[in-house]
Each structure stands twice: as structure tokens, then as C-alpha cells.
Design a protein around this ligand. Structure first.
Ligand SMILES: Cc1cc2nc3c(=O)[nH]c(=O)nc-3n(C[C@H](O)[C@H](O)[C@H](O)COP(=O)(O)OP(=O)(O)OC[C@H]3O[C@@H](n4cnc5c(N)ncnc54)[C@H](O)[C@@H]3O)c2cc1C
Length: 489
């Protein structure tokens, strides 16, 4: 029996109010028989419960109101810092549900949050009082082995994409934690362990299906709506809800040459890294993670992935292994294990706060600031994602993502399970970031909040074109919970 049929039967039986998605008299309604919600502009709005019931009945997926069983589970996102309560969560099972949700939110002037994998660090995939469009149940993936492509749903996780592609000995660029969403990751750019070899996720994106603010389902590719295709490659969730993506895959040996070596933190090692990483071949991905060892000393854990011939990798990394103080060894390593290695540590529900920025050159001044901050009493965590290679050979205006000259993305992060520690942790992150910001050339919209854009003109010369496309596809700024491109019409 289809869910909708089941719901109608259940409603008739008078038990609907306890079944998410089947609420004839929605349990979140007030005594006036309306649902209280918030508009995009932050004003209060009342929605007739009959309209909500009609929406619930139209879905193949599930509509959750605050009093429904399961609401607390579905409203949660990865970062425990953002404990918000949407007026409703529409858990979609396909593009038709997304169209219904978008039409409803637009017609009732509701604030909208789109949840893919739920990994938004600044918490943009949830909201208080609005509608969360939850894509988490949309995660199927199909690989076309001959065409070397993967089609994947808009709510899938990076692990779904990695697993589908690797089952056929292929790969595309995904990020460093497998429970991150393909949706937000891709629409913002998509940096990973093989982007130097294959380009960013957006450089491997062949097309996407988008539900626009008008509720239309449109294709975006080089041949269909090319402006929209340009905008969604770096412009984030500003232009609509992506219900499907099509990626180019590449043949890939799942056993890479790599691993992690460690050494005491020093200016000398960072200076060596600056030169070594800058000149490394595209196959090399070298990512330092700055940590405090159990004995209190500061160390660099340097993670290596060589996406190429192992003997060549061994030769390429001989200078790193010979550097004074380096401990550990590199060798044949499972790429899947590397891709999932941080999944538990960076798990759901902890308190996270992050600031980050692109660095085009690790100058002695920048290195001085990094080492000084990491030697502080209680330094925040920090890491670098190695960029360049193929990513840097794409023109800055070829896609909305313009930071093609970045050598690394430098992240500074607080992680704690104790809410009492967050204030001090956030202050430490900000202190470090403020010191280093003069050496950064912009920020990754997928990681930072959008407040800095005014200062840095983060999209640079691509911004006016982004505004034009926003005006065309989302003139009322329905999709505003993102690094927002404000429409001007
Ligand atoms: C632990 C962790 C590791 C990360 N590692 C990397 C990494 O290696 N490389 C990297 O590039 N980034 C990385 N990121 C950043 C990541 O790319 C962003 O947080 C991204 O927004 C996550 O996507 P999501 O779908 O999980 O997020 P969500 O929180 O679900 O969504 C974030 C925003 O993306 C938009 N969005 C999401 N899905 C869709 C969709 N289908 N259609 C339209 N809009 C959508 C919405 O605007 C939403 O507000 C990491 C983040 C975390 C928390």
C-alpha cells in the first residue's frame, strides 16, 4: 500500500494525529486550528491546518510537526550547536515531494531550510519556525560503467557516492568524512583527497536536476540552462533544490600509496611543507592536521594520499620521509579506510565551531602566526586541505567557485561535547582566525558563515553574474539559508 493510501485510511480510522505525515488535525496546530510559522523575513505567519493536511496527503514521504513521534530525530543536524525547531519537516522521497514542499513554502511565505546531509557548520540546513525540506531519504545511486558516470540523489551522502563508484573500480572527488552530504558539498565546490588529480566535485559534475523556487523541475548542464549550471557549481543552494546529480567517474586503484606520518610542530617543517606541497605532482595530496599529543607537545600528523603508481609515490615522498623528526611509514593503504577514518571522531551531535580561509602562499609570516597560535595554552584544532593541481588549471570564471589559486584551505575548529566549553572554544578559534585572516584570500562558502562576504567580495568578479541568475531563478530569495546571494529585483 502506498504511504498516501495508508495515511488516508489511518486518518479515517482517527489515529492520524499520531502518525507523522498523516495528520488530518496536525498535532502542532494551535487552538485556532492554525500552525504558527515564520516567514523568510522573520515575521510570524499562521497557516491553516487544512492546508498542512493537504500537503501531508500529497506526499509519498512524511511530514513531521513538532508533536509528532520522530520529529526530534529528523529536525537534528550534524552540528549540535544548532538545536532548532522548524514548524514542519517535510521528509521527501523524490522530486515530486520536493516540488510540493517548495510550492507550499512559497505560497505560504515560509522560511525554508534545505537539508541534504545536514553537515552545514553554521547550521543553515535547519531553522526555527520555518520548513525544513529534508532530502535524507533520497540517496540512491546508479553507475553507468561504460559511460563512467554516477547518477545520485540529492540527499545522498559522500559514502553512498564513494561506495557506488568504488564497487566498479572508479571514483570521483568527494570529501574527507563519508557522512557529509553530496548536495551541499557539491554545490559549494567540493574539495577532497583527489581534487588535485581529478578537480573539484564541480569539475566532475556533468549535470543536475533542480527544483526551482517556482516549483519547476529543470535540468542544468552545459547544454541545458548553462547559466544555472554555471551558478550551481560553487553558488551553493541559492538557486533551487538539487534532486539529482550526474558525476564523471575515473578508473581508480582502491589501494593507494599513503598513510599518516607525524613530527613535532616546527617552523622548519611547515616551511618544508610549503615548498613540498606547492611543487608536488597532481597525484599527491598532503594534509597536515595539527594536534596536541598526550604528553602536551604539539605535533603535525601529515596524511598522504598518492593517487597513482606506488613506486612513483615512494620516490615522490622520499624527501618527506627523510625530513628530520618524521616518524611512521607510508605504504599501500585502503582508500576507503582513509575516507572513513575520521567518521567517528567527527560524529553527529557534538559542538563544533569553525573558521577557515584559502591561502595561496604559506609565507614565513603566515607560518609564524600558525605556530604561535598552535603553541597557545589551549589551541583549537587546525588542519589544511591541500589544493592546487588540476583544480587550479580551471579558469576562476569557468564556474561560480572562483578560488582556483588556493594552495590550501586552512581550517580552525573547536570540538567539544560540553556546551559549557563552547564560549571559550569559539573565542580561541576567532583569535587564531583573526591573526591569520590577513594571509587568506577568501573563504570556502561551504564552511564559513556568509557574514564576511561584504568585506572580502568572496565571489570576486563572479558575483554580478550570480546575482543575475539568482534574480532569474529565485527573485524572492526563497532559498536564503545558505551563503546567500541576494536578489536585486
Ligand atoms: C565533518 C565535515 C567534513 C567536511 N569535509 C569537507 C571536505 O572534505 N570537503 C569539502 O569541500 N567540504 C567539506 N565539508 C563542508 C561541507 O561541504 C559542507 O558542510 C556542506 O554544506 C555539507 O553538505 P550537506 O548536504 O551535508 O549539508 P546540509 O547541512 O544538509 O546543507 C548545507 C546547505 O547546502 C545546501 N544544500 C544541501 N543539499 C542541497 C540540495 N540537494 N539542493 C540544494 N541545496 C542543498 C543548502 O543551502 C543547505 O543549507 C565538511 C563538513 C563537515 C561537517
Amino acid at each position: 500500500m502506498k504511504r498516501r493510501e495508508f495515511c488516508l485510511t489511518a486518518v479515517a480510522a482517527g489515529v492520524a494525529a499520531t502518525i507523522p505525515g498523516c495528520s488530518r488535525a496536525p498535532s502542532g496546530s494551535n487552538t485556532a486550528g492554525t500552525i504558527d510559522a515564520i516567514t523568510g523575513a522573520g515575521e510570524e505567519v499562521s497557516i491553516e491546518q487544512a492546508a498542512v493536511t493537504e500537503l501531508a496527503e500529497s506526499l509519498n514521504g512524511t511530514l513531521y510537526l513538532p508533536d509528532n513521534d520522530g520529529y526530534d530525530a529528523v529536525r537534528k543536524i550534524w552540528n549540535g550547536m544548532h538545536d532548532k525547531r522548524p514548524a514542519m519537516v517535510v521528509q521527501c522521497s523524490g522530486a515530486d515531494d520536493v516540488v510540493d514542499a517548495v510550492n507550499f513554502a512559497r505560497d505560504h511565505n515560509m522560511l525554508v531550510a534545505i537539508r541534504g546531509g545536514g553537515h552545514s557548520l553554521p547550521g543553515k540546513s535547519t531553522c526555527d519556525g520555518g520548513m525544513m525540506i529534508d532530502l535524507s531519504q533520497m540517496h540512491s545511486a546508479d553507475v553507468d560503467v561504460e559511460a563512467r558516470t554516477a547518477r545520485i540523489d540529492g540527499g545522498a551522502l559522500l559514502g553512498h557516492l564513494d561506495n557506488a563508484a568504488m564497487a566498479h573500480g572508479m571514483l570521483t572527488t568527494t570529501g574527507i568524512v563519508s557522512h557529509t552530504g553530496v548536495g551541499g558539498f557539491t554545490l559549494g565546490g567540493g574539495v577532497g583527497r583527489v581534487d588535485r588529480k581529478f578537480g573539484l566535485a564541480i569539475d566532475n559534475l556533468l549535470g543536475a536536476t533542480i527544483v526551482t523556487a517556482a516549483g519547476d523541475v529543470v535540468q542544468a548542464s552545459e547544454s541545458e540552462n548553462p547559466d544555472l549550471f554555471w551558478a550551481i557549481r560553487g553558488g551553493g543552494g541559492n538557486f533551487g533544490v538539487a534532486t539529482e546529480f550526474l558525476f564523471q567517474l575515473h578508473p581508480f586503484n582502491p589501494t593507494v600509496y599513503g598513510g599518516t606520518v607525524t613530527a613535532p610542530l616546527s617552523k622548519e617543517l611547515l616551511s618544508f611543507y610549503a615548498e613540498f606541497a606547492e611543487e608536488a605532482p597532481d597525484a599527491a595530496n598532503i594534509e597536515p592536521n595539527f594536534v596536541v599529543a598526550e604528553d602536551g607537545t604539539r605535533i603535525m600528523e601529515i596524511e598522504v594520499v598518492w593517487a597513482g603508481d606506488h613506486a612513483e609515490g615512494e620516490k615522490a615522498f622520499a624527501p618527506l620521509l627523510a625530513f628530520d623528526g618524521i616518524q611512521g611509514a607510508l605504504g599501500p593503504t585502503s582508500y576507503h579506510e582513509i575516507q572513513t577514518g575520521a567518521d567517528t571522531f567527527l560524529g553527529h551531535g557534538r559542538q563544533y565551531y569553525l573558521k577557515s580561509g584559502f591561502i595561496t602562499e604559506l609565507t614565513p609570516e603566515a607560518i609564524e602566526i600558525i605556530v604561535e597560535n598552535l603553541n597557545a595554552d589551549q589551541p583549537p584544532g587546525a588542519w589544511m586541505q591541500h589544493m592546487g593541481g588540476r583544480t587550479s588549471r580551471v579558469a576562476p570564471d569557468a564556474t561560480a567557485f572562483s578560488h582556483r589559486n588556493a594552495m590550501v584551505n586552512f581550517g580552525i575548529m573547536m570540538i567539544t561535547d560540553d556546551p559549557a566549553e563552547t564560549e571559550a572554544g569559539i573565542a580561541n578559534v576567532r583569535q587564531f582566525y583573526n591573526d591569520l585572516a590577513p594571509h587568506m584570500t577568501g573563504f570556502y562558502t561551504n564552511l564559513n558563515d556568509d557574514t564576511e562576504r561584504k568585506t572580502w567580495g568572496n565571489y570576486g568578479e563572479n558575483y554580478p553574474r550570480l546575482v543575475e541568475i539568482k534574480n532569474q531563478y529565485d527573485p524572492t530569495n526563497l532559498f536564503r539559508l545558505n551563503a546567500n546571494i541576494k536578489p536585486t529585483v
